[in-house]
Design a binder for this molecule. Structure first.
Ligand code: NAD
Length: 350
């Protein structure tokens, strides 16, 4: 089992390996003695619950915990106020106390909703993450961003609330569809392009299939490093948005028909091209990023004209007055936050 420490205000560990799920109760209880004998509420979705909940439930019961479960419908539409309220009412109905724990068993949707509920129930209780998608393992389960969506857009309401521990049993990726696995591949290679050429090459050469635990651990280590530098997203953490400014615009244009990971992959390819146009990286670098993403299986055809994406990007969170912070590659393994004037962006995208 690999262990990564995340050095946030309240540090925590991420456990990564194969076949860990049946031992999850004892691994967490050993790390967190205050968990022993408490009530735990497992929140999962309608796809993951029948696959993995029984194993997790039994494992916690074996350690003497009282275990409750709550199922939400699978899919992004579950990240909403109504469901958040229903989860809170369920917790209150069970008389869950401040010393009990919530457990997010699922992908990023379950993780974001459960984290949000944990952060506001009784003004904050502990929660654990058991990510079951590659995307949740390398990205959303670590770092403490929680959220629900509003009518005006995704993730518009949320909190920063770190989990007390995270456990990733990479065997669970075996039941993911190829498309959902690929979403996580985009977020994984993002770390390589950002700061680690070797990681980029390992992923490109099939590392996520052949050497999954080590690659996942390296991605988590990098996310942890960046988050510990800037836990509350006021600077360096923006780096994690490589490909996301364009990606979010693509997702929004498609009414979320194009998945997040696929949109980010297209966005990273566009970021390379924009960086090249601004003279920040070579044409070879930009072309290599595009070719790598295609090799990994992404269709990078952007179905929307750039000026349509530009209109949406003007509303991006990273806009500051007349400039917008883009995350741009200077070379593979070296990306930087680069403020671009709105007029310049308009010129490039038209
Ligand atoms: P998801 O949670 O919707 O999971 C994708 C699908 O896979 C769902 O249908 C789910 O039921 C299914 N699934 C999950 N695990 C499975 C398994 N092991 N076997 C079979 N099916 C399984 O989506 P996601 O891609 O994991 O996460 C996307 C969400 O994460 C978005 O809401 C996004 O905003 C959020 N996110 C949050 C952060 C953060 O820092 N908090 C970062 C990135 C993304």
């Amino acid at each position: 089992m690999l262990v990564q420490k995340i050095q946030t205000g309240k540090p925590y560990s991420v456990y990564i390996g194969n076949g860990l799920l049946p031992q999850v109760g004892s691994i967490f209880t050993e790390a967190l003695p205050d968990l022993s004998g408490k009530s735990v509420v497992i929140i999962s979705d309608s796809n993951v619950m029948p696959l993995y909940c029984e194993t997790v439930k039994n494992s916690f019961q074996d350690t003497g915990c009282r275990v409750y479960t709550y199922e939400i419908p699978a899919g992004e539409t579950s990240k909403n106020w109504t469901l958040l309220g229903e989860v809170l009412e369920y917790l209150a109905g069970l008389e869950i106390t401040r010393s009990d724990y919530l457990i997010a068993l699922g992908g990023g949707v379950v993780g974001d909703l459960t984290g949000f509920a944990a952060s506001i129930y009784l003004r904050g209780i502990s929660f654990l993450q058991i990510p079951t998608t590659l995307l949740a393992a390398v990205d959303s389960s670590v770092g403490g961003k929680t959220a629900v969506d509003l009518k005006a857009g995704k993730n518009l309401a949320g909190t920063f609330w770190q989990p007390r521990a995270v456990l990733c049993d990479t065997d669970v990726f075996g039941t993911l569809s190829e498309k959902i696995f690929l979403d996580g591949v985009a977020e994984s290679i993002k770390y390589g392009i950002l700061r680690d050429k070797k990681l980029y090459e390992n992923i490109l050469h099939g590392g996520l299939k052949n050497n999954c635990n080590n690659i996942v651990a390296s991605c988590i280590a990098m996310k942890g490093e960046i988050v510990s530098e800037d836990e509350f997203d006021r600077g360096t953490r923006e780096l994690l948005n490589l490909g996301h400014t364009f990606g979010h615009a693509i997702e929004a244009c498609s009414s979320y028909e194009i998945s997040h990971g696929h949109a980010v992959a297209i966005g990273m390819s566009i970021a390379g091209k924009v960086s090249c146009q601004l003279g920040l990286c070579s044409e070879a670098c930009s072309e290599e990023i595009t070719a790598a993403l295609q090799t990994l299986g992404f269709d990078l055809t952007c179905p929307y004209p750039m000026d349509t994406l530009y209109q949406i990007m003007l509303r991006d969170k990273k806009r500051r007055g007349n400039t917008i912070d883009l995350i741009l590659p200077f070379e593979i393994g070296d990306c930087r936050i680069y403020p671009v004037a709105i007029e310049k962006l308009e010129e490039i995208t038209h």
